[in-house]
Structures are given as C-alpha cells and as structure tokens.
Design a protein around this ligand. Structure first.
Ligand SMILES: Nc1ncnc2c1ncn2[C@@H]1O[C@H](COP(=O)(O)OP(=O)(O)OP(=O)(O)O)[C@@H](O)[C@H]1O
Ligand SMILES: [Mg+2]
Length: 233
C-alpha cells in the first residue's frame, strides 16, 4: 500500500535521509518508526506526506508514483493524513470548533465516532489550548482521523505523555486502526510502546534504515542495539 524507494533528503550539506527503502504492504497495520534523535524520522514523514521534496527516490501509494504530488493532493486523493511532533492545536478555539473546522474542510459528516474513540466528549466545549497536554495530543490524532484517511502518519503522538497516558493512547490508536482498516506509520521514542503495540517496526539511524521487521526481530537486531547503546552512552 505504501512503498518508499531509495528516499534521500539533504538539507544543504546535511544528509538527513539516505537511500531509505521500505514497504507497508497491508491495511489495518500499525507500523512503528524508531531511531535516536536526528535519525531522520521526521524527515521521512515529511518526504512521504509531500512536505519535503526528496533529493532522490520515490514514494508510491497503491503502486502509483506520487513523488511529485503536493500535500493537499495526497490527502484528497490518497487519503494521507498527518499529525506533527509538536501539537498543532489552534489557540482560542474550543475542541469542538477545532474538530468541526477540519471536518468542514474535508467534508466529514459525523464526528461522533472519533470523539468517542478518543474520549473527547468531556472537553468538547473547552478552549483546546486550556485542556491537559495528554488530551491535546488526543485532539491532534483525532484531527488526523477526520475525513476517513487510509494512511496516517503520526510524528511522536505520545511525546510529553506519561507511560500510562502513552499506553492508553496506543490502545486507542490500535483500536481505530483495526476498526477503520487504516494504515498508520507512527514515529515514537518510547520503544517499549512501539514493540508492544506495533505490528511491524522500522529502525533508522543517521538517516539510514537499519532494519524493518516484527517487533521481536527489530528488538534483537544487533545494529539497533548498537544505535541505542551508542546514544545512551
Ligand atoms: N530544516 C532543517 N534544516 C537543516 N537540517 C535539518 C532540518 N531538519 C532536520 N535537519 C537535520 O536532519 C537530520 C534529521 O532530522 P529529523 O528531524 O528528521 O530527525 P528525527 O529522527 O525526527 O529526530 P528527533 O527524534 O529529534 O525528532 C538531523 O541531523 C537534523 O539536524
Ligand atoms: Mg523528529
């Protein structure tokens, strides 16, 4: 469903992503992306969603080369949505106004399922920037779920959350991915959560793909162990 071939992105002389090839073959799959700081995870998300043009390589969705297509086209025609590493909540709007604004842009008729899935009903009429940070992160993902995306890219949805909040967020995410047949690519620093909840995992380091595989295979991979021990030292 999603295939990335030899994806390379340079920021001036910094090679943020080098020759990354990976595939997410089926729907309803949660695919985790892990890697130390600066590994190129956000750059990979930017290149897949069209926010950043690759210097080399291709992005294919359902076999179609979309490398030259803009962000909006990808969302409209390929059902590709995204949430950012930092919360993208508008100050001043209530949670409901925020959700309805995006829903009206994308022609989503009903928000009930999303509101309930993320337990947002109690905060619907509160200013979105006044609710607890963990709730704001759930609003971020709810915003990315609007418009029935088929492919979601979430950049550190659990950043800043406690372990308990992270687990709860991943449980919501897995339920939604399964229920709606959505494919989700999730960048996450909490590797325990990734290994527990993701169906498959890709590990990056210094812009290169180290390995893609099952959580057990990736956890045991010597390159992954070295990359993590190297940064912890
Ligand atoms: N706009 C930019 N201009 C120049 N260099 C950049 C830019 N964005 C990222 N980089 C560099 O590219 C590399 C990859 O960055 P990226 O943000 O993709 O990593 P990351 O894996 O998401 O890291 P983190 O875990 O800290 O979010 C890093 O060396 C970073 O400093
Ligand atoms: Mg990042």
């Amino acid at each position: 469903m999603l295939r990335v071939e030899n994806l390379t992105v340079a920021y001036g002389s910094v090679q943020a992503l080098s020759d990354v090839t990976l595939e997410v073959s089926s729907r309803g799959v949660l695919h985790g992306i892990i890697g130390p700081n600066g590994a190129g995870k956000s750059t990979l998300m930017d290149a897949i969603t069209g926010r950043r043009k690759p210097t080399k390589g291709r992005v294919l969705v359902d076999g179609e080369d979309i490398t030259a297509r803009p962000v909006e086209w990808r969302r409209r025609h390929k059902g590709m949505s995204r949430s950012f590493q930092r919360t993208s909540i508008f100050p001043g709007l209530t949670v409901r106004e925020q959700l309805e604004l995006v829903a009206s842009q994308l022609g989503e008729p009903g928000l009930d399922e999303i509101v309930d899935a993320f337990e947002l009903r109690p905060s619907l009429d509160l200013p979105a920037d006044s609710i607890a940070y963990g709730d704001q992160r759930r609003v971020d993902i709810a915003l990315a779920m609007i418009g029935k995306p088929s492919l979601m890219l979430l950049d550190e949805p659990a950043a800043g959350l406690s372990t308990t909040e992270t687990i709860s967020l991943f449980e919501h995410l897995v339920a939604l991915v399964r229920h709606r047949g959505v494919t989700a690519l999730v960048v996450e620093h909490d590797v325990d959560a990734v290994f527990r909840f993701c169906d498959e995992v890709s590990a990056l380091d210094l812009g290169r793909l180290l390995v893609t595989g099952t959580p057990a295979a990736v956890r045991a991979d010597p390159h992954v162990i070295t990359a993590y021990l190297g940064t912890a030292a």
